[in-house]
Ligand binder design. Structure first.
Ligand code: CU
Length: 390
């Protein structure tokens, strides 16, 4: 589950008109004068855009937080659910930039002061301009290769998630809790590796991966973490175990949602922007959920998720690496080095072939070290998309 305070930006757009991607980078000098820069002012009760129309192609949103709380900016597709691009964690007084390659379509921009609710929304109309922001021909073949390889990866992980979920729910519904507990973290790895893709479908993530602490008023708690609590019931608070019938209900729904997810993923295609931005999104997932131990509050299997998020980001990076090597070799080696540093730090906590120690075994110094290594990678990784699309 993404932290409520975050949202994924890796997006796929097959059946929908909007196909766009984003990254943090600075605007080019010409942007300001050709209608491609849109100033967004996020206050405590308003979300003002300097324009409600823009030409298709590379758009630069400059978001300034004039409110008192941390804010976020989202660009949704016309359905108001699918996340096309986002910037999170914009502190009071701060500004952030979001670059989007936007196709002609209607979009729903939204600011979320306080990082909750559905946000203050409006409408943005992007009209056809012929400016597609496509990669140059020289790297097009590498780009195509990266897109195809990433698509294959996502579909493969999704297939393994579905197969693993079948085994997991079978064990859980039959009352084989020991087996279900063993399967839980290793099956979830396949979810966590492709988490931003799964989250880009706005309706599935809340049903499949919501954490109890993040539930909104009136939201029914279902999915992985509901079952997690039943498998690792708390000892320090009252808890009523789910009945056999309740188990079956939650298990059936999780499986059905996983089937829906797999069906949708089979129809996706990706662009380099989405892949690069998804890699950054995965690091944000680690920083805000896994390194803090909030994701797996009952099972404490957070380090499995941590590794899986890193795996997914690494695959995205490796796919784009040949392109990056040509465009920015210094950034390419910096990202590679920091991946290696983080991965070897995490490897200290491995148990057996594919296991990890309980998150509870980490002391505050170790958590801090991991967190610093995540941030050290996150910083250059946030430049990846801009570098490969320039
Ligand atoms: Cu999650």
């Amino acid at each position: 589950m993404k932290n409520r305070r975050l949202a994924a930006a890796l997006v796929a757009g097959v059946s929908l008109p909007a196909l766009a991607a984003c990254t943090d980078n600075s605007s080019s000098s010409s942007d300001a004068t050709d209608g491609r820069t849109i100033a967004v002012t996020s206050s405590s009760d308003a979300c003002d855009l300097s324009s409600d129309t823009a030409p298709s192609g590379r758009l630069v949103f400059t978001i300034k937080n004039t409110g008192q709380e941390v804010t976020e900016f989202y660009l949704y597709a016309a359905d108001g659910k699918r996340i096309v691009a986002e910037v999170e964690n914009i502190g009071p007084g701060l500004s952030r930039t979001l670059v989007v390659n936007a196709d002609a379509a209607t979009y729903v921009p939204a600011c979320k002061p306080g990082m909750k609710g559905t946000g203050i929304r409006s409408e943005l109309t992007v009209t056809e301009s012929g400016g597609s922001g496509k990669a140059s021909a020289a790297v097009q073949e590498q780009v195509d290769q990266a897109n195809a390889a990433y698509r294959e990866y996502v579909e493969d992980e999704s297939g393994q998630l579905l197969a693993g979920t079948r085994r997991f729910v079978a064990a859980y519904t039959s009352g084989d809790d020991a087996r279900a507990r063993t399967l839980y973290p290793t099956v979830r790895v396949h979810w966590e590796r492709i988490e931003p893709v799964a989250e880009s479908f706005g309706d599935l993530d809340p049903k499949m991966d919501a954490r109890e602490a993040d539930l909104e008023a009136g939201q029914k708690w279902t999915g992985w973490h509901r079952i997690e609590k039943d498998l690792w019931p708390p000892s320090d608070q009252p808890y009523t175990a789910l009945t056999k019938a309740e188990r079956a209900t939650y298990a059936d729904q999780l499986l059905a949602d996983t089937e829906t997810l797999h069906g949708r993923i089979g129809k996706l295609t990706f662009t380099v922007d989405q892949i690069g931005n998804g890699a950054k999104s995965l690091l944000d997932e680690v920083a805000t959920g896994k390194v803090t131990g909030e994701e797996e509050i009952w099972s404490h299997t957070d380090l499995y998720d941590f590794q899986a998020n890193i795996d997914g980001a690494r695959v995205a990076f490796e796919g784009l690496r040949p392109v990056l090597k040509q465009k920015d070799p210094a950034l390419e080696s910096e990202i590679a080095d920091r991946f290696t540093a983080l991965e070897s730090m995490l490897a200290q906590y491995r148990v057996g072939a594919d296991g990890f120690v309980s998150y509870e075994k980490l002391d505050t110094t170790q958590v801090k070290q991991l967190s610093d290594a995540v941030n050290a990678l996150s910083e250059p990784l946030s430049k990846l998309t801009a570098a490969v699309t320039l």
